[in-house]
Design a protein around this ligand. Sequence first.
Ligand code: OGA
Ligand code: ZN
Ligand code: ZN
Length: 397
Amino acid sequence: MKISADTSDVVGFTPYSIVELPVSVSTANEYLTIHWDNGQSSDFHYLWLRDNCTCAECVTTLTREQMFEICDVPLDIKAESVSISAENRLVVQWDFESHQSSYHPGWLKTHCYSKEAREQRKILPKIWDKQRISQELPVHAFANIMQQDDDLLVWLRDLRDYGVTLVTEVDTSGAALKAVAERIAFIRETNFGTLFEVKAKPNANSAAYTTLRLPLHTDLPTRELQPGLQFLHCLVNDASGGESILVDGFKIAEYMRVHHPDDFKALSTLSMSFYNKDKDSDYRFQGPPLVTDSSGAVVEVRLANFLRGPLDIPADQVMSLYSGYRRFMKLTRESKFQYFHRLNAGDLLVFDNRRVLHARNAFDLRQGERHLQGCYVDRDELLSRIRVLERTSKLDA
Ligand code: OGA
Ligand code: ZN
Ligand code: ZN
C-alpha cells in the first residue's frame, strides 16, 4: 500500500513513500519504539533521533547540511513526550532546551537500523563465474543508454551488481567513449591521459601499450584509490590474438575464503607493493590485495603482476603472502572462472576495476591494427548517478 510520497521537509531530494503507518510509540530508557501497522517495530535511540532532527534550526535549508552538533546536548537526553501527529509523523518534545522534532514516517522506516532492516537494505554484488556470466552478461545498446534515462539506470545498476557490462554498437569515430562516460559523470584523469589510447607504441610507458600478453590485473593498483570503473572501447581489432579475459575477483576471493582460509587471511591483511615509474612520475602504493569492510566482506581487489614492487613486510610474513598471492593468481587461470570475449569494433567493455580483473592475450599486428580507447570513472560517481536517476525514475528499486 503506497499512501503518498511526501518530500516536504525531508532532508535531501529523495522522496520517501509512506508504506507502513506508525500506530503507537512506547518509550524505554535510552530509546523509543515505533509500532507499525504491519506488525513490525523499529527502535530509535533518543540521541539518534535528536541527531536527525530536520527542523530549520538543526539543518540549514540552503544546503540541506546539518548545523546542529550532537555534543551540544546531554548524552542522556530523553523525550519529555512523544506522539503521532494527524499526518502520521512522530513528534518528540525533548527534555532539553524545549526543542521539538518531527519525523516523516517514510523517512523513519527507510532509516530503521534493526538487524533485519540493515540486512534488507544491503545491495549485494551478483558474484559470477564463467557459467553464470556467460548466461547473464548484461548487454546494452549504445543508442539506448545515451537517449533514455531508464535504460541508463538499468545499465548502471547492472554495472554496480555484476561489476561488468558490454555496451554494443558504440560509434567508432573517436568521440563516443567520452560521451558515454559523461552520461555517468566526469572522467578521472591520470598520468595516462583523460582518454588513453591502447595500442602498441614505440616508446611504451606501460605493458598495455605493447603487443605483450597482460595477465589478469586491476589498473593503477599503484594509486591510493584505484579507478572504480574502467572503460575499454574497441575502435579497431584486425590483429590476430588480443582476446579479452575477465574474472570476478570477488568470486576468487570467496573461493579462497572457503577452501584456503590461510591464504585468504594473508591476502586480506598483508600489504603488497605496487610501483609505476615514468620520466615525470613515480607512483607507489602498499596495501593488501583483498580489501575487506568492517563486516568482513571483500570490497576491493588490487593486483597487477607487471606493476609489483619488492615485498616490504616483516620477514616472518613473506612466505604467507607469497603463498596467498600464488594461490590467487593460479585460481584466476582456471577456465571455470574466466569470461572470454574477443572485442569487435564498436564493443565497449565497462567493468568495476576494483573488483573485476581483466587480461588480454598477446597479439600480432601482421594481420592488421588493434586500437582500444579507454578511460576511468570513479565508483562514487556511478553510485551517485544511480541515486539521482532513482529520484525520478518509475522503475522499481
Ligand atoms: C589496459 C588493458 C587490455 C587490452 O589498457 O589496462 O588492460 O585488451 N588493456 O588491451
Ligand atoms: Zn531541530
Ligand atoms: Zn588494464
